[in-house]
Design a protein around this ligand. Structure first.
Ligand code: M6R
Length: 604
């Protein structure tokens, strides 16, 4: 939700800033801007629209400077206009700031500053920050103390990068929004996420809440707000820039769908031994979960569907478990005690709703664990333990490969928890692990043979799209519908198969195709439910193996290879991802950047 990038060092900052903004655009794409030191002052170029629009403006009116900041925006305060785009400056243009997060007390600060003559030109909460810094400079402070003092006044969440005219220095602070330092031989980056600068360096330092950094071309100082020095460790990220690029694919989403054989292989590597029938989750010795008496999953969106998958797997194994929408957690959390395990599922590790739920579970005394894709993310810092899904960077706003990796990790976790609590692994664990080992190859086959494109073309102009499934297939039906609506902008809904007859059947017409997910569990019931819709006109598209009975009743068939029922839904989901992709493509939608959305939702 908003991407910030800043660079100080040798050479021009413009290309690294614009590359960084392109790489961060998945975080928000309402407007974009940059500010650079031009030798005698600060030049700002910003506008509504995409980074490509900003680049065109910069081609017309070139910018130069070795120190600069940039921003790509997902609007919270004020619509996506040129004025509301970042960077923001104070009234004399001496200080420029980019910000990700929400300044909750901005109205009070704005009113106080306005009383002392500060004039504001935008509707954003951010604009108070440069004015505040400037007001302390006007009071006689140097830049660094003025920056610290201004940060101290802010309430809410922020990652902020600021610079002052005439200085070869960047000032940055983090509280509740991600900020990472990239270290080159001849300069430094500050950014919301690593892909921003991966073409330039893989040496990073993840900042923590409360950190303030001061960086010039020669060095960087890590401090707390009061100015005390702190240690922050350098790390090397293993993602390479090519992984973060589109490669031969037209869209990141299609590339990431096709990466699932690899991402799942990475998720399970070294963690399963089908021969011995064992699961080895690093950091979780056998017995870790033996005292757990209930498991609560918290997550949002696609991650919630993965959480529901994990929770269903646990319930099916006889372990009490619930999946809760993180944004509902504060008003509907079930009771917690020391033996409750709360698992936050979050690709980014930065989703505000999920972090809030995690923090409140932690405060209530639960054991906490996060299943995430991002090393060093806030969720992994807040939770007691972290399980990485190792999916690699996911840039498409629509989550695809991270869903399947999350679900696979949750199936493994569910089996470990069950074995720890009951003292017995499930009797057919070996065959489940063998099936898991074959997942990458099965997905390869599915991708090669998929008829999803022709199904999408045949039904792509329908009025509404329904998705049904049972048990593990229900979470896949919900995910199929979310993906479809998110990138096609068409109405799509997922239901538990048995719920159709309790209301939704009233919507069924020949113009409402129904995708039915068969996982090998109570399939005859799902077939009956699909037939009830078909009788009333819905074309039925069955997702099942080739010799499944449903192929006879269905109007269309999307093949999923035979596998363990615990994994069949994940194969069906790959087909549904492709259907959504091709339907959106046919409609000419901006697939990787659907309107009104952002990859990482860091506001409540
Ligand atoms: O980073 P997270 O997994 O916490 O994000 C949660 C949701 O915002 C996210 O899954 C969203 O629903 C997807 N981008 C939808 O494809």
């Amino acid at each position: 939700m908003c991407g910030i990038i800043a660079r100080v060092g040798d050479g021009s900052a413009i290309d690294p800033l614009l590359t960084g903004l392109e790489n961060l655009e998945y975080r928000g794409y309402d407007s974009a801007g940059v500010a650079v030191q031009n030798g005698s002052g600060i030049d700002v170029q910003k506008r509504s629209g995409k980074v490509a629009d900003l680049k065109r403006s910069i081609d017309d009116v070139p910018l130069e400077g070795a120190v600069g900041i940039g921003h790509t925006r997902w609007s919270t305060h004020g619509p996506p206009t040129d004025e509301n785009a970042h960077p923001h400056t104070d009234h004399v243009g001496d200080i420029a700031v980019v910000h990700n997060g929400i300044i909750e007390n901005h109205a009070t600060l704005k009113a106080e500053l306005a009383e002392t003559g500060h004039e504001f030109t935008s509707e954003t909460d951010t604009e108070v920050i440069p004015h505040l810094i400037q007001s302390f400079i006007d009071d006689g402070m140097d830049t660094e103390p003025a920056f610290r003092r201004a940060i101290d006044e802010l309430e809410g969440s922020y990652a902020v990068a600021a610079m002052r005219s005439g200085e070869h220095v960047l000032y940055a602070a983090r509280q509740g929004s991600p900020l990472v330092v990239g270290i080159e031989d001849d300069g430094f980056f500050l950014a919301s996420d690593v892909p921003a600068f991966l073409e330039y360096t893989d040496t990073v330092v993840y900042l923590e809440d409360g950190d303030v950094v001061i960086v010039d071309g020669n060095g960087i100082e890590y401090t707390d707000l009061a100015g005390n020095q702190i240690d922050r460790e350098r790390e090397t990220v293993e993602w390479d820039p090519e992984q973060a690029g589109k490669g031969e694919y037209e869209h990141f989403m299609l590339k990431e769908i096709h990466e699932q054989p690899t991402s799942i292989a990475q998720a399970i590597e070294g963690r399963i031994d089908p021969g011995r029938g064992s699961i080895d989750l690093e950091g979780f010795e056998p017995g870790t979960f033996e005292n757990v008496d209930a498991v609560q999953f918290v997550a949002c969106g696609t991650s919630y569907h993965a959480a529901l998958y994990g929770s269903t797997a646990l319930n099916q194994a006889g372990i009490s478990s619930t999946a809760l929408l993180a944004n509902e957690y504060s008003v509907s959390a079930p009771p917690i005690d020391d033996n409750t395990l709360v698992v936050a599922v979050t690709q980014s590790g930065e989703t505000a709703d999920t972090l809030n739920a995690l923090r409140s579970a932690d405060a209530a005394g639960a054991k906490t664990l996060t299943v995430t894709n991002v090393i060093g993310s806030t969720a992994s810092r807040v939770a007691d333990e972290t399980l990485l899904i190792r999916a690699g960077p996911e840039i498409g706003v629509a989550a695809t490969k991270t869903f399947s990796s999350q679900a696979v990790m949750l199936v493994l976790l569910a089996n470990r928890i069950t074995a720890d609590i009951t003292g017995e692994p499930r009797t057919d664990l070996r065959s489940l692990l063998e099936a898991l080992n074959s997942m990458p190859a099965r997905i390869e086959t599915l991708l090669e043979r998929s008829q999803a494109e022709s199904v999408a073309r045949r039904y792509g102009n329908s009025q509404s799209y329904f998705f049904i499934g049972r048990g593990l297939g229900y979470s896949v039906a919900l995910e199929g519908a979310l993906k479809f609506k998110e990138i096609t902008y068409e109405h799509a809904e997922g239901f538990a198969s048995g719920e159709l007859k309790h209301g939704p059947l009233a919507l069924v017409t020949p113009d409402t195709p129904l995708f039915a997910v068969f996982t090998g569990t109570e399939d005859e019931k799902t077939m009956k439910n699909a037939a009830e819709a078909q009788t009333r006109g819905s074309p039925v598209i069955a997702l099942c193996p080739p010799d499944h009975e449903a192929t006879e009743m269905a109007d269309e068939h999307l093949e999923i290879p035979e596998t363990d029922p615990a994994l069949a839904g994940l194969l069906a989901n790959v087909q549904l991802q492709l259907v959504s992709y091709y339907a959106a493509d046919q409609l000419g939608r901006p697939i990787d950047k659907p309107r009104n959305l952002a990859k990482s939702v860091t506001v409540e």
